[in-house]
Unconditional design. Structure first.
Lengths: 561, 322, 327
């Protein structure tokens, strides 16, 4: 009896072992088969890892996992990158950062009567013949009214819709549930949409390029909110240059060309595959698994070497962002502009950009990144000058008067990274101030910023749309919700308010430059650097441009092979 | 951290056969591998303890003119991306490991495991049942996930609480050194870690309980605590020695895993976890291998040494296996 | 066998109690810890008014028991809520494909650990006293000593970069009779190897100890005198005594699935349950965290029970519950 049980148990174990080992060896063998018997003779050549079968006209990328593909809920750049390819709106930016008419027939201006004389009423002619991906029907003004109202609808629970759309008259009321419809969105006829805003704001069009204002298919969306019922985004029916073929959560996302796309150039790529998971992107690139990759600080020196085979495939382009250290300007010691200036002048941005970040970035002297209208090339800012910095600090009471200083940093993991470590070392050396670093995960970091529970922090800001308002007004106007440093200056406020409604473009940029200069001198921020996007691009990929911020980019790209 | 460390299953298997013996030190000395292991432990722990006086540089001293330097006379292990001396940082990291190991033992997976195991085995019946079922529950939880959650949610409150005492003379210094963090993290770890130890001790006690001398002690009117600590504890001490050795090693490994998850050591104090985290990733390893290999090899040696010593102890403490 | 039945019933009665406590603790940790998922989704855009409205709408402002009850009653009806990591997607759609990925490679690694560990242990014991025994055991002890966070990048460097044999990470599946299988792809090899190597030492040392013990027994000498080979005797004894604890080990190894897979999946980019768990905590993905904890705890309770029953089934002499001398 007992022996029989033993035989049974042992037999079972043997069977399992055989099954699994057998399965594994099949795995190994079939892996060898699929790469076209190329596995054995070139094992030492890293170019020859077995390639997945390649479709004609397919571009393979390594991409971030989107949080959501519902345009109404867009809040992060990683998700927006896919949305701008799948969906589209009235206006957008082309790759030269010029605003272009998208589903709108032409850009509204005062000359063509699209913008009213007082600058508050925008009339859009909707392009005829723009169809949803499933080819079922044309986009009309009603679709836009539906989409904008859906984004603002309190039941949609969008965290960011009000940020982009609340210039429209009645948007706030509607988003609170106090109105039946958004007053400022009027369908004049099926192909004419009228948007009324609360003041003449010349950056309003730029805000409409963000996905929150894109058009979605009302039949498909139903009553899905940002927090429930998002299954429709696995098969969304959009209007953009590409159509979502498949999104396997955590694995891959596949786009195919929209054959009926209405703008030129039409997409040339047949298919774009994003791998959402994987090991090292650079190794994947070198092993020909993907056609394009960014380069990190560890590899950059090797790739900059002209003798490196990858060197010829490297390109870089400044991006529209600014990284900075911000101060709590309401509490001592950083309520004193001299203390802030001392820290700014004790920060060697040159070393930071060149030594620590290996020229992957550009040192920043002002707030606006290069490429942004109004960028001031001559702005000197608070230059590195350790002696003057020390003097300023001594006049303000010296290092001893500061008390304990703590820098709030966001991140997960073991280390705050080389940038913060270098900053701390610089301040220690140049000012004699020991700054402690408190690293918190992003959620707690945001909460502490929100509650003013910090002395200084480091953060970056990426352009949502190409307008200096997106940096200066949002970050430094004393009443802006996004002014984390609580910086308040009546003069700066006055300049920013004037710029909001100034109709002459040159005069408007001049106002922003004046404001920027005052802000930099008051030093609520120590601007550290502006990022550069860089990439290795395979030679057969034509016309790939690294966009300085999120724009629909893929339709320009083609492959030669 | 592989599953055997996580579950403690390996430990259970290793020490289940241990038997009392008093000659183990001499027997241990006969094992050359174990001796080598002991030397390695002493060297690394010694370097850590002496770091404040012996380290050639401070762990924060940067030199932007000399980053990513290879080994040289001034910097035997080279420098990192900020020009900091790797040898000094490794020594300070070893100190962190020493502190962490003791914090872990003080806070207690071991203490908790041994006492609950003793109690469970001796009392039997309902007490045993409750302890073991509670143990099952803790054993079955996704510990790393909950640890992440506990530290993410509880630690900010603990920190806020202790910040109030920041200016107190002695306490303030302890708080600045991050001790409350260690205690919290390893306290949470102990919550999940006591079960394996308790099971081993319990099974050992079960077999000792009915032996003559325990019976005799009970008949003579000895009270329960006395029987537990005077009669039973010494007889399970071999198991404890072996378990202690393995868990000291495991703690050094755990520190790396926890730090990598962002719930262990906070900067700027270097630890093996932060150093490996900073240097991990394929492109780092490819372009600056010494940044990764210096701390990795040191910590691997330390863990290996603990395993060798533990293994040897396990053998010599079990008379049947000499 | 009557004792067995009542034992199983007793254990089954404990299960819901354990799950209740665990789920409440997890729920409380999430809801009462600092960090607000809506704020995380809003990111750098501050709009407290909108944030408050959404939190109210999602029920985050309700009482603890009300929220807990709502979640659990939905859960028991098969609705695990919606993810915040994948905003708006049902948790069950996120979690089950990922769980399946993790189970695949972990199961193979587990089997390999035993398939290598058992013979290594027996061999080492047979060679006790020679140089082969300590060398063999030390090699595997060394693998067990290297932290997995070091092993992973080194393995990537070796296999993907130097040798070019394997991709540096990721996970590819093939559709086989409607089931997505990832084991048939080269990408599965690296995680399996990384999980297997450090595990072998534990099993091998355990096996070695068992065999050594048998070799010392009187009946082995007797059997040998009777002309039976050493191998026959040893394997019979091992079958009888050593396999039971191995079953335990295997069962408990299941629990470790999640812990180990967090690192492996995050670094190798494998879309399994571990990488999701990691993201979920940082995103305060309340429903996702709850689902992971409930599923893994339930799985463990069942595995634990099965192990104990197997124990009792294979060797009825083992007394259950109180152990030796239970009152």
């Amino acid at each position: 009896m007992e022996t029989r049980r033993l035989v049974f148990v042992l037999g079972g174990i043997v069977v399992v072992l055989v099954l699994v080992l057998g399965g594994l060896s099949i795995a190994v063998f079939s892996g060898g088969d699929s790469d076209g018997n190329g596995g054995s003779d070139d094992g030492d050549d890293p170019e020859q890892v077995d390639l997945p079968e390649r479709v004609e006209g397919e571009l393979r990328l390594f991409g971030p996992e989107p949080v959501t593909l519902d345009p109404a809920c867009a809040s992060d750049a990683g998700s927006a990158e896919y949305m701008v390819e799948i969906f589209s709106g009235l206006v957008s930016f082309d790759r030269d950062l010029n605003m272009i008419a998208d589903i709108a027939e032409e850009l509204p201006t005062k000359e063509n009567g699209g913008i009213s004389e007082d600058g508050t009423v925008y009339t859009f002619k909707i392009r005829q013949g723009v169809k949803f991906h499933d080819n079922s029907r044309q986009v009309t003004a009603d679709d836009f009214k539906f989409s904008i109202e859906r984004a603002l609808n309190p039941d949609t629970l969008s965290t960011t819709a009000t940020v982009y759309l609340d210039d429209i008259v009645g948007a706030r009321e509607y988003s609170r549930g106090d109105a039946e419809e958004v007053e400022g969105v009027v369908v004049v006829d099926p192909y004419t949409l009228q948007l009324t805003i609360d003041a003449p704001k010349s950056y309003f069009l730029a805000k409409l390029t963000y996905p929150t204002a894109y058009v979605v298919d009302s039949r498909e969306v139903g009553d899905a909110s940002c927090f429930a019922g998002a299954e429709w985004t696995l098969q969304p029916n959009g209007t953009g240059p590409f159509q979502l073929e498949e999104w396997e959560l955590g694995q891959s996302l596949v786009l195919t060309a929209n054959q009926n796309y209405y703008l030129d150039p039409k997409p040339s790529l047949a298919k774009v595959t994003y791998l959402l998971a994987g090991g090292s992107a650079l190794v994947m690139y070198e092993n020909d698994e993907i056609d394009l990759t960014g380069v990190g600080v560890n590899d950059i020196e090797r790739i900059r070497d002209p003798n490196d085979p990858l060197n010829a495939e490297f390109t870089e382009n400044p991006s529209l962002d600014t990284y900075y250290v911000g101060f709590n300007t309401e509490e001592p010691p950083f309520d004193d502009p001299d203390v802030r200036r001392a820290f700014a002048m004790a920060t060697d941005r040159q070393v930071l950009a060149e030594v620590v970040l290996k020229d992957l970035v550009l040192p920043a002297s002002g707030i606006l990144p290069p490429g942004m209208p109004g960028f001031n090339e001559d702005l000197e800012g608070l230059e590195f000058d350790p002696d003057a910095a020390r003097e300023l600090l001594d006049d303000a009471g010296g290092p001893g008067a500061l008390g304990d200083i703590e820098l709030l940093s966001s991140g997960r993991g073991a280390s705050v990274g080389p940038i913060i470590e270098a900053l701390v070392a610089m301040w220690e050396e140049n000012l004699g101030v020991t700054v402690e670093v408190n690293q918190e995960e992003f959620g707690l970091f945001l909460r502490d910023l929100d509650e003013g529970n910090y002395q200084m922090f480091d953060l970056g800001w990426i352009a949502d749309y190409v307008d200096p308002q997106n940096f200066l007004d949002i970050k430094f106007h004393s009443e802006s919700a996004n002014n984390e440093t609580n910086y308040a200056s009546d003069e700066v406020d006055a300049l920013l308010e004037e710029a909001r409604t100034e109709q002459d473009e040159a005069a408007r940029l001049e106002l922003y430059q004046q404001a920027e200069e005052m802000i930099v001198n008051d030093a609520p921020w120590v601007p550290l650097y502006h990022g550069k996007s860089n990439a290795l691009v395979k030679p057969y990929v034509q016309d790939y441009l690294i966009a300085p911020f999120v724009i629909a980019n893929l339709r320009y790209v083609s492959l030669t092979q | 951290m592989n599953y055997y460390e996580v579950t403690g299953g390996r430990l259970e298997a290793d020490v289940a056969e241990a038997r009392p013996s008093f000659l183990f030190l001499r027997r241990l000395a006969r094992r050359r591998l174990a001796l080598v292991g002991l030397v390695v432990i002493v060297v690394i722990y010694g370097a850590g303890l002496l770091a404040p006086v012996a380290a050639p540089y401070s762990f924060t001293e940067t030199d932007f003119g000399n980053t990513f330097a290879g080994p040289s006379l001034e910097h035997p292990f080279g420098t990192d991306r900020l020009g900091r001396d790797l040898l000094s940082r490794v020594m300070w990291a070893a100190q962190t490991t020493v502190i962490v190991s003791f914090a872990a033992i003080i806070t207690g997976g071991l203490v908790l495991g041994v006492s609950l195991g003793l109690l469970s085995g001796y009392a039997g019946g309902r007490v045993d049942n409750v302890i073991m079922r509670v143990g099952d529950a803790f054993f079955g939880l996704p510990d790393i996930l909950l640890l992440l959650l506990i530290t993410a949610t509880v630690r900010p409150r603990v920190d806020n609480f202790f910040d109030k005492f920041d200016d107190w003379p002695v306490l303030g210094g302890l708080i600045d050194s991050g001790l409350p963090d260690y205690v919290l993290v390893f306290g949470a770890l102990a919550l999940f870690g006591w079960v394996g130890m308790a099971r081993i001790v319990r099974s050992q006690v079960l077999s000792l309980r009915e032996t003559d001398y325990v019976m005799a002690a009970r008949a003579a009117g000895a009270r329960t605590p006395r029987i537990l600590f005077r009669h039973l504890l010494p007889n399970v001490s071999n198991i404890i020695i072996v378990a202690l050795t393995f868990s000291l090693g495991a703690m050094a490994g755990t520190e790396i895993a926890l730090t990598w998850l962002g719930i262990g050591i906070q900067p700027p104090h270097p630890s093996f976890g932060t150093m490996i985290f900073d240097a991990s990733g394929l492109s780092n390893l490819r372009n600056h291998p010494n940044l990764m290999m210096v701390p990795a090899i040191t910590v691997a040696l330390l863990l290996f040494a603990f395993n060798l010593v533990g293994d040897a102890l396990n053998d010599v403490l079990s008379p049947r296996r000499r | 066998m009557q004792g067995l039945a009542s034992y199983i019933i007793q254990r089954l009665l404990w299960a819901p109690v354990i799950l209740l406590v665990v789920s409440m603790a997890t729920f409380a940790l999430g809801r009462y810890g600092p960090g607000d998922p809506v704020q995380i989704l809003q990111g750098q855009y501050r709009d407290p008014e909108v944030r408050e409205r959404i939190a109210e709408e999602l029920g985050y402002n309700d009482g603890f028991f009300q929220q807990y009850w709502r979640y659990m009653s939905n859960f028991l009806q098969g609705d695990m809520g919606t993810s915040l990591t994948y905003q708006g997607q049902p948790v069950e759609d996120v979690i089950f494909p990922r769980l399946w990925v993790t189970i695949q490679y972990n199961f193979v690694a587990l089997v390999l650990v035993f398939a290598i560990g058992l013979p290594v242990g027996i061999f080492a014991a047979m060679r006790q006293g020679t140089w082969q025994d300590p060398l063999l055991i030390s090699i595997f002890l060394f693998f067990a000593s290297v932290p997995v966070l070091v092993t992973i990048p080194v393995a990537q460097w070796l296999f993907a970069l130097k040798l070019g044999w394997l991709p540096s990470g990721g996970w590819e599946t093939r559709d086989i009779l409607g089931v997505e299988i990832g084991l048939l792809d080269k990408r599965a090899i690296m995680p399996i190897v990384i999980l297997t190597l450090p595990g072998v030492a534990g099993v091998a040392r355990y096996m070695r100890a068992q065999v050594l013990e048998v070799l010392g027994e009187d009946y082995v000498r007797t059997a040998r005198a009777k002309g039976l080979t050493e191998f026959t005797v040893v394997s019979r004894h091992i079958a009888r005594n050593a396999l039971l604890p191995l079953v335990t080990l295997m069962g408990f190894a299941l629990v470790g699935l999640l812990g180990g897979s967090i690192f492996l999946e995050t670094l190798l980019g494998i879309p399994g349950i571990g990488s999701y768990a990691f993201e979920a905590v940082f995103n305060r993905d309340y429903d996702g965290i709850m689902a992971i904890v409930l599923i893994t705890s339930t799985a463990f309770i069942i595995a634990n029970l099965l192990v104990d029953i197997t124990y009792a089934f294979v060797d009825p002499r083992i007394r259950l519950g109180g152990g030796v001398g239970a009152q």
